[in-house]
Design a protein around this ligand. Structure first.
Ligand SMILES: Cc1cc2nc3c(=O)[nH]c(=O)nc-3n(C[C@H](O)[C@H](O)[C@H](O)COP(=O)(O)OP(=O)(O)OC[C@H]3O[C@@H](n4cnc5c(N)ncnc54)[C@H](O)[C@@H]3O)c2cc1C
Length: 422
């Protein structure tokens, strides 16, 4: 079944398969937000850049996600301050904020039609989390001078979600939501217009690092490049074994209902905002432009995406909206994101800076991955200050390393998803 986003995409980016030998400044592997925005920024700087994508542009997480344009990092400032100290935590907050505003700047600058709308609420599924949410809102106002966040009481949250399964929580008017595939296609179009060469259905099978260049092998050709950017995220597989113990692919799923009648729309989302709840396995949902409920939830770690997505996602959907039980589901799809041990993005360089990697954004990639192209291109063309901040974020390997990270994570995640229910 195709995704709702594929069915409502503005256009296709039909690009050829790469054939023969190519000699460029930079070769980007992966055509999601990270790769596309890197291509855009580098091409705008006059860099000779080639991007190869295994499938169609944005066929990975960037064309499949929940469309939530979140601020900050996947970990909140309480966690970051405790783990890193206030100054470093604040630096990461500022990068996350820049990423959020940068997404809107790209949309405006390149006139990307992607149904961008303001507002994400974060409802708590347990009453005991509410005190912490209130403290967090106060903290963000007082310590970060962040005025877009307010606290919604139990009643207010139930009014905006239309679900009495929720208690209070925060509402962030500076966050937003959009059609993620149309956002990615808009960046791709801008990158091609700026001079980037983009090849679809072209897999980087392997690369070899030489003293002064890197040679990337694809099924029908080769690319000799001064630098390579790895932008494969949840689809990296074994292309670079030095990274596989640091990032873990995870499957996540979404359904789109049939268009809802006006009464139901008013009941479940009168403000047309997005929601991301407090569960460890987050439920996230919002309305599409044609008033379908787009509901995301449920994850697993299998190599392939599940073939039976509807029951995985409708289970939490029906818990939150029992009156939508048996609603017709028109679309169901999934994608692979990549997480790190501490859920913070993983930026690094390998082989004397010849290979640059930006991956592992958890569920925050709409803003962060599309901003990372700017960060990575600055690293290549001059001022790599933001890259250097990001690359100094502590990172741990998953327990069990490359081979056992999957089973050990499964056990850990099972534990936390059980806690969601208690
Ligand atoms: C279901 C789901 C919901 C999500 N919801 C949200 C959300 O609401 N908000 C948010 O901020 N984030 C969300 N995310 C996360 C977000 O989508 C990702 O963090 C982001 O899209 C990552 O972008 P990327 O370009 O790094 O990776 P991707 O978009 O996954 O792109 C990687 C690309 O690399 C290609 N590739 C891999 N290997 C090779 C190779 N060897 N040769 C050539 N090409 C290769 C793949 O085909 C793929 O297209 C969600 C993710 C999923 C899956």
């Amino acid at each position: 079944m195709q995704s709702y986003y594929q069915a409502t995409r503005n256009f296709d980016i039909d690009q050829p398969v790469l054939n023969g030998e190519h000699d460029v400044d930079v070769c980007i592997i992966g055509g999601g937000y990270t790769g596309l925005s890197s291509a855009l920024y580098l091409a705008n700087e006059g860099v000779n850049v080639v991007l190869v994508e295994s499938n169609k542009i944005a066929s990975g997480a960037s064309g499949a996600n929940g469309g939530q344009v979140s601020g900050g990092m996947r970990r909140d400032q309480f966690y970051l301050e405790k783990a890193l100290g206030f100054q470093k935590a604040k630096a990461l907050w500022c990068i996350g904020e820049e990423a959020k505003y940068h997404a809107k700047d790209l949309i405006d600058k390149y006139k990307i039609q992607c149904d961008y709308k303001k507002g994400i609420a974060h409802p708590n599924h347990k009453q005991r989390y509410c005190e912490e949410s209130k403290r967090y809102v106060d903290h963000m106002i007082n310590k970060y001078d962040y005025k877009d966040m307010t606290y919604l009481s139990d009643n207010e949250m139930r009014e905006v979600t239309g679900s009495d399964t929720y208690y209070g929580g925060s509402f962030d008017e500076g966050e937003a939501h959009c059609h993620p595939l149309n956002y990615a296609l808009g960046i791709a179009k801008a990158a091609i217009a700026a001079g980037a060469k983009v090849y679809e259905n072209t897999s980087a099978i392997d690369y070899k690092v030489h003293d002064s260049y890197v040679k990337v092998q694809t099924q029908n050709g080769t690319i000799k490049a001064d630098r390579v950017i790895l932008a494969c995220n949840g689809y990296l597989d074994n292309l670079e074994k030095r990274l596989t113990s640091k990032i873990l692919p995870m499957n996540n799923y979404i359904v789109a209902t049939k268009p809802l009648d006006d009464e139901t729309v008013q009941k479940i989302n009168p403000r047309d905002i997005a929601f991301a709840d407090s569960r460890f396995v987050i439920n996230y949902f919002r309305l599409s432009a044609d008033k379908r409920l787009l509901f995301g939830g449920g994850e697993n770690y299998s190599k392939n995406l599940s073939k039976n997505i509807v029951p995985i996602v409708t289970k939490p959907l029906e818990k939150i909206y029992p009156f939508l039980k048996d609603i017709k589901i028109d679309f169901a799809w999934g994608g692979k994101l990549a997480i790190t041990m501490n859920r913070l993005p993983f930026f690094t360089t390998l082989y004397n800076d010849k290979v640059i990697s930006a991956q592992g954004y958890s569920g925050q990639g709409v803003a962060l991955a599309s901003y990372s192209g700017k960060i990575v291109s600055e690293k290549i063309t001059g001022n790599g200050e933001t890259f250097d901040i990001m690359s100094k974020v502590p990172r741990q390997s998953f327990p069990g390393g490359r081979f056992l990270r999957n089973p050990s994570m499964k056990i850990g995640m099972l534990y936390y998803s059980l806690l969601d229910r208690i």
